[in-house]
Design a protein around this ligand. Structure first.
Ligand code: HEM
Length: 405
């Protein structure tokens, strides 16, 4: 079965990964009230008896478990996804290995290091995409903007040649869709490493001003990243940097387009963009749950958790904790600022959050500047956010005035 062989299969991929769950939140609110730490026994898996899955719905316990990264290990991520990301993926490492690895790559993702990409790469990518539809008066923003945009940026950060972008995007889709088609995911993962190998060698020999050269040169106390570690990191950047950002930006646009008063406020006063971004990631985190494994018998919120249990903080639920956020189900960019955990929390907190915020800020500014009177297309009904683990809008059909007509 050749799934996702072409970008046209984008819709199919969406159906598989997201599922058609429209409103998980009513049930999540009930679970927060009645069973904030929920143990789900899974009978019948040989060797796994007594190892439940534990879902964590409230902010406080989610934060507590993410802080305690000794009791709640990330190793489970390598067990689940090592085949496609490689065995050296930082998302699945524990301390001290994780800290060493993260320090080596962190410099490239600091706000300061990223600022130089803003005009050259990020704005240029946004403008190039908008050029394709600005004269048309209508667009479908998930296909035409939110999905290709972060891919162009990651490819640009890596310094990959323009002509390889389409291939790069196909591999991204296959890797992202690993859970529904493992074989294809693995093939894409290997193909990507083979493709990157000569590029890494070339950058080692002759460094350029790009992320791969930076990773090849990064050194702490005489230690460098191995080739395998670099490939694992680069492979992680696709799902971590593309999937989440395109979904988060879709959710932000959906929130604003369905609340025209808030969209208008942002259009007039662009300093509101930062809080609009935070509110969107609080309200609809694109990645609704993450996972850990208990390394020893422990307890959370009064519930006993046996060693070996999978423990899943539900970010989408914690971010709607009523004891922390008033009217949590509302999208309200004017709510008082309060930290959320849509970017995770603790040692694995999103490495790319400054990049994601910058990408969304730049893109929203460009769309508002270049597409006057931007609004949802009233002739297309029933646009909504869907998904269980990954959440984003089904589509974003918009209309706008064409400048100069
Ligand atoms: C709005 C967009 C994004 C959201 C909501 C998001 C969310 C997250 C979350 C929840 C985690 C923690 C996972 C865990 O603890 O198991 C994470 C980790 C990570 N994210 Fe993001 N992410 C976004 C964008 C990005 C971008 C643009 C990049 C890079 C280009 C990126 C790179 C990473 C990496 C490398 C990690 C692993 C960090 C570590 O293990 O120390 N993310 N992200």
């Amino acid at each position: 079965m050749q799934l996702f062989d072409d970008l046209e299969d984008f819709g199919e991929f969406e159906d598989f990964v997201s599922g058609d769950v429209r409103d998980p939140y009513t049930e999540l609110a009930r679970l927060r009230r009645e069973e904030p730490v929920q143990k789900i026994e899974i009978p019948g898996i040989p060797g796994e008896e007594g190892k439940p899955i534990v879902m964590v719905y409230r902010y406080e316990e989610a934060q507590q478990l993410l802080r305690d990264n000794e009791t709640f290990s990330s190793a489970i991520i390598i067990q689940a996804f090592g085949d496609v990301f490689g065995k050296h993926v930082m998302l699945g490492m524990d301390e001290p290995e994780h800290g060493r690895h993260r320090n080596l790559v962190a410099k490239a993702f600091s706000q300061k290091a990223l600022s130089r990409w803003e005009d050259t790469l990020v704005s240029a990518a946004g403008n190039a995409l908008i050029d394709r539809f600005a004269d048309r008066g209508h667009a479908e923003l998930t296909k035409e903007f939110t999905f290709p945009y972060p891919t162009l940026i990651i490819a640009g950060l890596l310094g990959l040649p323009q002509e390889d972008f389409a291939q790069f995007q196909r591999w991204s889709i296959s890797m992202l869709a690993f859970t529904v088609n493992p074989e294809r995911g693995r093939e894409a993962s290997e193909a990507l490493a083979e493709y990157l190998r000569p590029i890494l060698e070339a950058r080692r020999a002759e460094p350029r001003d790009d992320l791969i050269s930076g990773l090849a040169a990064a050194e702490i106390d005489g230690e460098k990243l191995s080739d395998e570690e670099i490939f694992s990191f680069l492979r992680l950047l696709l799902p971590a940097g593309v999937e989440t950002t395109y979904r988060a930006f879709g959710n932000l646009l959906y929130g604003l387009l369905t609340h025209p008063d808030q969209l208008e406020a942002v259009r007039i006063d662009r300093s509101l963009i930062s809080q609009a971004i935070e509110e969107a990631v609080r309200w609809e985190p694109p990645l609704s749950m993450i996972t850990r494994v208990a390394t020893r018998d422990t307890e959370l919120g009064g519930v006993h958790i046996p060693a070996g249990s999978s423990v899943m903080p539900v970010l989408g639920s914690a971010n709607r904790e009523e004891r922390r956020f008033a009217d949590p189900e509302e999208f309200n960019i004017f709510r008082p600022a309060r930290a959320h955990i849509g970017f995770g929390y603790g040692v694995h907190v999103c490495l790319g959050m400054h990049l994601a915020r910058m990408e969304m800020r730049v893109a929203l500014n460009l769309l508002l500047d270049r597409l006057p009177n931007l609004r949802l297309d009233p002739s297309v009904g029933d646009v909504y956010i869907r998904g269980q683990v990954f959440r984003s809008p089904t589509s974003l059909p918009v209309v706008f005035d064409v400048a100069g007509t």
